[in-house]
Ligand binder design. Structure first.
Ligand code: IMP
Ligand code: MG
Length: 183
């Protein structure tokens, strides 16, 4: 494992590189079966989902298309504000396309709910959601991802794309951030 100073801020590894790889490959297999012949438009929610998205799409065996959207829901804090702002919209029209929104993590669920409603209004042929992580006890709205990597308890986690204030994204595993780092 790489040694970086950032690792001093991690209290424990929640999901290892190997666990993530295995689960992402399983999800890719399932999506491949479900979307064969549908040419899905895979939408990456930047930046947190970037590694998950790349690994997932690379592992899928059906034809697919890629697009990116960036939203902001957190500012510099570790807690959701419930305010979602589009920073970068999709490049392509999604009308009549089979859309899959790829998100890193569900906490309150407000971000994904908002995104799904926003994109549904553009009349895709279908719209589904996939998240790598789901803090199932933390939802503040009615939300259930169609595909999910792992359910997890309420910890603030970083790595594999997930950040705290833009730090830690390149850690190869998902680790629990020591609370003293952000309190
Ligand atoms: P929600 O709107 O409360 O569901 O928050 C979802 C967004 O907040 C995700 O897309 C993440 O970018 C961010 N987020 C929520 N929990 C965490 C975490 O534990 N670590 C890093 N980012 C998080
Ligand atoms: Mg984030």
């Amino acid at each position: 494992m790489r040694i970086t100073t950032e690792q001093n801020d991690i209290s424990s590894v929640l999901f290892s590189e190997e666990q993530i790889e295995e689960r992402v490959n399983q999800l890719a297999k399932q999506l491949t079966a479900d979307y064969e012949g549908k040419d899905p438009l895979m939408i990456c929610v930047l930046k947190g989902a970037s590694f998950f998205y790349a690994d997932l799409c690379r592992s899928m065996k059906c034809r697919l298309f890629m697009d990116f959207i960036a939203v902001s829901s957190y500012g510099m804090n570790a807690r959701s504000t419930g305010v979602v702002r589009i920073i970068k919209d999709l490049d392509k029209n999604i009308t009549d396309r089979h859309v899959v929104i790829v998100e890193d993590i569900i906490d309150s669920g407000l971000t994904l709910k908002y995104l799904k409603e926003l994109l549904s209004a553009r009349k895709p042929a279908s719209i589904k959601t996939i998240c790598l992580l789901d803090k199932i006890t933390q939802h503040k709205c009615e939300i259930k991802p169609d595909y999910c990597g792992f359910s997890m308890p309420d910890h603030f986690v970083v790595g594999y794309g997930l950040d705290y204030s833009d730090y830690y994204r390149n850690l190869p595993y998902i680790g629990i951030l020591k609370p003293e780092t952000y309190q």
